[in-house]
Design a protein around this ligand. Structure first.
Ligand SMILES: [Zn+2]
Length: 412
């Protein structure tokens, strides 16, 4: 195999060019799914791919598939995919880096006149963020059969506009039924969105999977009473109970190597001089393994019972099992990273990605690069030209190696 090198300057210029679609005055990007800026970047993406000789197909939920021909037109393609949409306070890298690095892979191959055995396919998954239309990872979810078309079409944004209306308004409902576009494997390059790689001076994260996540609503009933005339030992304070449970859940998470977060809490009829009588809070528990999350859940359930007895109710509202990426894809990334000479670290993703759902229907793995201070979903989200460049090189080498190996293995 030739030693093909991606062009880091060209990739960087492209990242800066696309950051103009939905640019905000604070240096961030606001490119909500199926809005005006999303249409602009989609049109741009289609033009760039067609200029490279790719055919661009769109499915019924707006997922875009740019196909670069291979030697064997009948072989299933190797996909490179991520997303072009952002959070309302998004940055220049989350999602789009994985698509633009794929574009840079195509540009590099074209410049070298390189023909892969299998075709390659660059994918823009619709609505990964879930910011305008919940839930997140909607396009890849429909592709993988997790959601169906009517479910996607019926999602509604805060202005009452449905997903169906929005996709038709920008002309991005294609004719290909969602889920009918096949590929042999997918690789996704993404910023880590956490501080681990940066802290450990690792340039490449070899992503082995995505941690298990569960969401709960916790309701605690106490008794409203006067803040001045009720002695401390005669209170039933729902907020004090909540505080104890939050801290105990965090301690339990630390002891089992998981995570516990409360991001929402409300006191019913809150008043400065009334002991809180009714509190609801969210609880987000995560662990790298389903077993670990079972243990954490059992501990939190027990400590809630101990603190409040039947005054508290812990209700599970969402469960996302741990994802284990394909061993062969992981091994391919590991070898490509070693070839690049980059400092590497194996890592389990803390965030959800399109690869979570795609991994249900095709061998999949991810490549992470560090981002500054671990920040994302923030205008200050940043990665350097060099970091992006190393990531794109590992992506290129992974795709070429997997295309060749999987093709010959399957046709022997
Ligand atoms: Zn993303």
């Amino acid at each position: 195999m030739q030693n093909l090198m991606i062009d880091g300057d060209r990739l960087w210029q492209t990242i800066m060019e696309t950051a103009a679609f939905g640019a905000t005055t604070d240096g961030g990007v606001r490119r909500l799914t199926l809005g005006r800026e999303d249409k602009q970047v989609r049109d741009w993406f289609r033009d760039q791919c067609e200029a490279l000789g790719c055919t661009v197909d769109v499915d019924t939920v707006g997922n875009m598939f740019a196909r670069r021909a291979g030697r064997d037109a009948d072989a299933l393609p190797i996909a490179i995919g991520s997303h072009l949409d952002t959070q309302p306070t998004g940055g220049k890298f989350d999602g789009i880096l994985g698509v633009l690095a794929g574009l840079e892979v195509f540009r590099t191959l074209n410049a070298a006149g390189y023909e892969t055995e299998r075709p390659l396919m660059l994918v823009n998954w619709t609505n990964e963020e879930g910011a305008r239309f919940a839930p997140a990872m909607l396009g890849s979810g429909v592709h993988a059969g997790v959601f169906d078309q009517p479910f996607a079409d019926s999602r509604v944004d805060v202005d009452g506009i449905t997903f169906a209306q929005a996709i038709d308004a920008i002309g991005y409902r294609g004719a290909t039924p969602a889920g009918k576009t096949g590929f042999a494997a997918m690789f996704e390059l993404h910023i880590e969105q956490g501080p681990v790689l940066e802290r450990e001076n690792a340039e490449i994260g070899i992503v082995t999977g995505v941690q298990a996540m569960r969401w709960y609503d916790l309701t605690i009933c106490g008794r409203e009473a006067h803040a001045g005339s009720t002695p401390m030992d005669m209170r039933c304070d729902a907020l004090a109970d909540a505080a104890s449970i939050i801290l105990a859940a965090q301690a339990a998470a630390r002891s089992v190597g998981g995570m516990a977060t409360t991001g929402q809490m409300s006191i019913s009829s809150a008043s400065r001089n009334v002991i809180p009588g009714h509190v609801t809070l969210s609880l987000d528990l995560r662990h790298q393994s389903d077993d670990g999350l079972d243990r954490l859940e059992a501990e939190v359930s027990e400590l809630t019972e101990k603190q409040c007895g039947d005054r508290a109710q812990l209700q599970a509202i969402w469960n996302s099992p741990a994802v284990y990426f394909d061993p062969q894809c992981i091994e391919t990334v590991r070898a490509a990273a070693a070839k690049s000479g980059a400092a590497t670290r194996e890592i389990v993703s803390g965030a959800g990605h399109d690869s979570v759902y795609v991994s249900r229907v095709a061998p999949t793995s991810m490549i992470f690069i560090p981002c500054k201070d671990g920040l994302s979903h923030n205008p200050a989200e940043a990665a350097t030209k060099e970091q992006c460049s190393i990531g794109a090189q590992v992506l290129l080498d992974s795709v070429l190696a997997y295309s060749s190996l999987s093709y010959h293995r399957l046709t022997i």
